[in-house]
Design a protein. Structure first.
Length: 275
């Protein structure tokens, strides 16, 4: 059985990943900014659950959580970077503070967690890093550009980390979910910047409206999503990327088609720059 370290474990996919791992007999170091929220999500207090306070923007809390987990279980096998939130707003409409706060959690929070956990995985010469990204980190849309940028950053981190850790026996997978029926689209998980610039009503407006109307109507089942995530950690050769949901598959496929068309159309220009 494996020992999981899960950030943002109190709700959404994080809570479901924690539940699925525990149901399979794994142990979980379940972290959140408020440990009582983790305990509320798992009131039955299953065997193998260690709930720990840890804000991903506070490195010292993550270090303490890792130390508590090692004291309890002796090892960490799988690190699930799930903590994060969404941000809606056209690029120009989004304040500097909102953008920086988002990156502090969605990007630097992941880096903080990796710095706290990777020494253990490296010493073991085994383990698996699972970064919960988004289809928006591969193919973003108007009004979600800054959120998409934070998940694009996670894609880059994951690709490089994959190459850096593979020789050490540590695997890396980035999960690219589409819309899942969690609380992600309500005010507890998403911040909406005011629609302050009329010129962006045509470009960003339809996405703003669609996101507002889609809360509770997302096509993805979070229980099935968590099962797929735990499944991928139990195979011999996990993928670098795993899309979850038909909407994610469609968006990723459409972007790949577009990139291929433009690459072929403009290949002569690209190649013309050679010395």
């Amino acid at each position: 059985m494996s020992v999981w370290f899960v950030t943002g474990a109190s709700r959404g996919l994080g809570a479901e990943i924690t539940r699925e791992a525990l149901d399979r007999g794994h142990s979980v170091i379940a972290t959140a900014r408020d440990v009582s929220a983790v305990l509320k999500a798992h009131p039955e207090m299953p065997d193998g659950l260690l709930a720990v306070n840890a804000d991903v923007t506070a490195p010292e809390q993550l270090t303490a959580a890792v130390e508590a987990g090692l004291a309890e279980f002796g090892r960490i096998d799988i690190v699930a970077n799930n903590a994060g939130y969404g941000l809606v707003g056209a690029i120009e409409e989004t304040s500097d503070k909102a953008a920086r706060d988002l990156f502090d959690v969605n990007v630097f929070g992941v880096l903080n967690t990796l710095r706290a956990t990777l020494p253990t995985l490296r010493a073991q010469r085994s383990g698996h890093v699972v970064n919960i990204g988004s289809v928006g980190g591969f193919a973003t849309v108007p009004a979600a550009g800054l959120y998409g940028a934070s998940k694009f950053a996670l894609e880059g981190i994951s690709e490089a980390l994959h190459g850096e850790l593979a020789p050490l026996g540590v695997r890396v997978t980035i999960i690219e979910p589409g819309g899942f029926r969690t609380d992600f689209l309500n005010s507890s998980s998403i911040q909406v910047e005011p629609a302050a610039i009329v010129d962006y009503a045509a470009g960003a407006g339809p996405v703003r409206e669609a996101l507002a109307k889609n809360d509770g109507r997302q096509p993805g089942d979070p229980v099935k999503g968590a099962k797929a995530i735990v499944d991928v950690t139990e195979v011999a050769n996990p993928p670098l990327r795993l899309q979850l949901g038909a909407d994610a598959v469609e968006r990723v496929g459409a972007k790949l088609d577009l990139v291929r068309r433009e690459l072929d159309q403009w290949r002569h220009v690209a190649l013309s720059t050679a010395i």
